[in-house]
Ligand binder design. Structure first.
Ligand SMILES: [Zn+2]
Length: 55
């Protein structure tokens, strides 16, 4: 007898991806639900740092 509905231990696995600037893993946030694919930076600071001035 095969049980098809084995639904246990299913932890919430939220997507995550590294910040473009600092490389730290940022976990999916509800606020990013609408534009998760466009979120590249973990914070405003990193967003401003996206184009570092060359020396
Ligand atoms: Zn960052």
């Amino acid at each position: 007898m095969a049980q098809k509905n084995t639904f246990k231990g299913n932890k919430q696995s939220l997507p995550s991806k590294p910040c473009k600037t600092c490389g730290r893993d940022m976990t999916w946030r509800k606020a990013w639900a609408k534009n998760w694919e466009q979120v590249l930076y973990c914070s405003d600071a990193c967003r401003k740092n996206k184009s570092p001035t060359p020396p």
